[in-house]
Write a protein that binds this ligand. Structure first.
Ligand code: C2E
Ligand code: CA
Ligand code: CA
Ligand code: CA
Length: 278
């Protein structure tokens, strides 16, 4: 009877549809990387409330599939990670981000940092370090303008290798940020061991900041970051009350729809003409 049920599951039309879509996406991802032209890098501003202007941008990749239209990163990034396609994709994002950031500066729009999301695969055999060196050389972007966002899951994977490579990157001037802080497993224990410069408070805490206990956690993360001499950034900030709360807590770098949604490189230029430093 159990076997019969399993067999039934295999032909479950919904499951089958999902499997087919996954296989199609995997195939198409490979082609998209090979031929190019379908991936676009968007940028979301990080706003410093102390000076009232943007200080940096996070690079967020978009996939414009020829038939399916825009596919969300939450759907294709996991596939790219499982299949190793993430290496080529990350190289594309990193190269584009370095070039664009350098271009904004050369256009007289001011000096900004650019943050690129990383993935566990990049910490194998020096891939990330080599990729970063190559993109910095090619774009001429000063290394201290580049920040890499890592998540706690990367650290759990192979802490020693992650620490080693982040130290190498730090030696050449590249910064690192702990993304989604507080959302993962036990994060406190690794915070003082990993060479990072910034802690990014997970969006979940911000979206639930109407709950007093959540506010207490936000304040505690900010204090912790300050005591460890780390910068602190809040993400997913959509409302003015959240900005007020964060400012009062001592977090002045803010990212979220309130100060700007992710936008294409041409829109960044318009954004910086309006809000940038020069
Ligand atoms: P993440 O790194 O935590 O990025 C923040 C996500 O929150 C982005 O979603 C962004 O569009 C969204 N967001 C920003 N502000 C707000 C807000 O105020 N409210 C709400 N509701 N959402 C906000 P996105 O672009 O869909 O990316 C999802 C995830 O995909 C990212 O989460 C990141 O983990 C991954 N990802 C995106 N681009 C890349 C990439 O180039 N490489 C890698 N490895 N992962 C990437
Ligand atoms: Ca991120
Ligand atoms: Ca995040
Ligand atoms: Ca996330």
């Amino acid at each position: 009877k159990a076997a019969g049920k399993n067999r039934y599951e295999l032909f479950n039309p919904e499951l089958q549809e999902r499997l087919i879509r996954r296989m199609q996406l995997e195939n198409d991802l490979r082609k998209a990387i090979e031929y190019g032209g379908q991936f676009i890098v968007h940028y979301q501003p990080k706003w410093d409330t102390r000076i009232g202007r943007p200080v940096g941008f996070e690079a967020l990749v978009r996939w414009d599939h020829p038939e399916l239209g825009i596919v969300a990163p939450s759907e294709f990034i996991p596939i790219a990670e499982e299949t190793g396609i993430i290496v080529g994709l990350s190289r594309f994002v990193l190269r584009q981000a370095c070039r664009d950031c350098m271009r904004w500066e050369q256009s007289g729009l001011g000096t900004y940092t650019v943050s690129v999301n990383t993935s566990v695969r990049l910490f194998d055999s020096q891939i990330l370090f080599e990729m970063v060196k190559e993109c910095l050389q090619e774009s001429k972007l000063p290394s201290d303008r580049l920040e890499l966002e890592i998540t706690e899951s990367i650290v759990i994977h192979d802490m020693n290798e992650v620490i080693r490579q982040l130290n190498q990157l730090r030696e050449i001037g590249v910064k690192a940020s702990m993304d989604d802080f507080g959302a993962g497993y036990s994060s406190l224990g690794s915070l003082d061991l990993i060479p990072i410069d910034t802690v990014k408070i997970d969006r979940l805490f911000i979206s639930q900041s109407h709950i007093p206990a959540r506010r207490a956690i936000i304040r505690t993360i900010v204090t912790l970051a300050q005591q460890l001499n780390l910068e602190v950034v809040a993400e997913g900030v959509e409302e003015e009350e959240q900005v007020t709360l964060l400012t009062e807590a001592g977090c002045s770098i803010i990212q979220g729809y309130y100060f700007g949604k992710p936008m294409g490189a041409p829109q960044v230029i318009a954004y910086l003409k309006e809000y940038g430093s020069e």
